[in-house]
Design a protein around this ligand. Structure first.
Ligand code: ACO
Length: 384
């Protein structure tokens, strides 16, 4: 196994993984009753047959929490062991507080820092790379990386060219430091902001704050130049794979599986042709999930792990593209098998108790803050 190109000898392994999806499925034939489309067109042009859609109570944070709890169960660690939580998302709960902070509070991860990562569909690859390098540097040891999206809430449900593509869901990885070679080896992160207009949500930020006009003109939903994004995606997916593999001193022959962003089966087929690789090396599940943006790679990987396609020591390339424009790839040697501790059931019960304590602690902190504010808030400000 080659060492890390950065010369460090601390490795960042994926030791926990989990997913969550909303309860409701929206099929192509149901969609065809909402907009002028049909199952045949959607399957032929995208490979998508259905997607999960969040209800009013299912949010980016609630799906992220569910995926995170599943990942902590697989890793069999306590939320108190987390040093950092990164949430890759384009559909955060708010501009601020970060969705990562809300998830930190729900988990009761009292020693963890938390921030959101905004790189659209490439967000999970960016977050994995950052998490891996912080762990390799020795600064911290345990990071929870979550990709969570509720894109259905920013889709224009009257625009057939976009609304058929997207779905909701979340996936999470726990990364931990180890002296054992493997885990995250190399990453390639790229951006070309000149293509920002090709894929965007025009309003709601500082450039075009929410107003009566932006609401009337439906500017808070996804707009996309599908053909241009398609052309860009087919080019960069193959380039990023080649670069990340060569940075690790490997060749494509060393790679067992590619886990691509699940935007469109035709984009993945084009990348496979460009790389001269068989399509069965590419993990694909967009037929059941649609494009879940930053959640799509962990959702695909977790399925492949669950059905035993991924084996220890397999070399995997995670590769994604998205708004920004952004693209990137990360090369991972899958090294750690699922925890088999005989105390796992007890640990799980303990984690569930910790989540309940976290809720109570959060409620108490809110109440205490309110009472303190009412009693002394004015006085302290007068003193200053
Ligand atoms: N149902 C039926 N017909 C449709 C639909 C639909 N849902 N959508 C578009 N059409 C029509 C168009 O109007 C057009 O009709 P026309 O020829 O009469 O004008 C025709 O189908 C062909 O349209 P194209 O846009 O050329 O179709 P294309 O083959 O390019 O497929 C698609 C469109 C699926 C959007 C494709 O371009 C694509 O996948 N692009 C990449 C999108 C993507 O990956 N986006 C996510 C990026 S990741 C992120 O950061 C969010």
């Amino acid at each position: 196994m080659p060492g890390l190109p950065n010369g460090l000898n601390r490795y960042a392994h994926i030791c926990g993984w989990g997913t969550a999806v909303p309860d409701t499925i929206l099929t192509n034939s149901e969609l065809s009753r909402m907009v002028d489309t049909d199952d045949e067109w959607i399957v032929a042009r995208t490979g998508i047959k259905q997607r999960y859609i969040a209800n009013g109570k299912e949010t980016t944070a609630s799906l992220g929490v569910e995926a995170a709890k599943a990942a902590l169960d697989t890793a069999d660690i306590s939320p108190n062991d987390l040093d950092l939580i990164i949430v890759a998302t384009s559909t955060p709960e708010h501009n601020f507080p970060s969705t990562a902070s809300l998830i930190q509070d729900e988990l009761g991860a009292s020693k963890a820092g938390a921030f959101d990562m905004g790189a659209a569909c490439t967000g999970f690859v960016y977050a994995l790379s950052v998490a891996g390098q912080i762990i390799q540097s020795g600064a911290i040891n345990t990071v929870l990386v979550i990709g969570s999206e509720t894109l259905s809430k920013i889709v224009n449900w009257e625009d057939r060219s976009t609304c058929v593509l997207f779905g909701d869901g979340a996936g999470a990885f726990v990364l931990q430091g180890s002296e054992v070679p493997g885990g995250i080896l190399t990453s390639v992160l790229r951006s070309d902001g000149s293509g920002g207009d090709l894929l965007k949500v025009p309003a709601g930020g500082s450039a075009l704050p929410a107003s009566y006009d932006t609401l009337r003109d439906n500017l808070h939903t996804i707009t996309m130049n599908g053909r241009e994004v398609f052309r860009f995606a087919t080019r960069v997916m193959a380039d990023a794979c080649r670069e990340v593999v060569s940075a690790a001193g490997m060749t494509m022959d060393d790679i067992d599986f590619i886990v691509p962003h699940q935007a469109n089966a035709r984009i993945i087929e084009a990348a496979a042709r460009n790389l001269n690789l068989p399509l069965d090396m590419f993990i694909m599940n967009m037929d059941r999930y649609g494009n879940t943006s930053a959640a799509s790679i962990p959702l695909a990987l977790c399925e492949a792990v669950a059905d035993n396609r991924i084996k220890p020591h397999n070399n995997l390339v995670f590769v994604a593209f998205g708004g920004g424009l952004t693209w990137g790839a990360t090369l991972v040697t899958w090294g750690v098998s699922k925890s088999t501790s005989p105390h796992q059931v007890w640990h799980k019960l303990r984690r569930q108790a910790l989540y309940r304590v976290a809720r109570i602690r959060s409620a108490v902190r809110r109440s205490t803050r309110m009472i303190e504010g009412a009693l002394w808030g004015g006085e302290e400000m007068d003193d200053n």
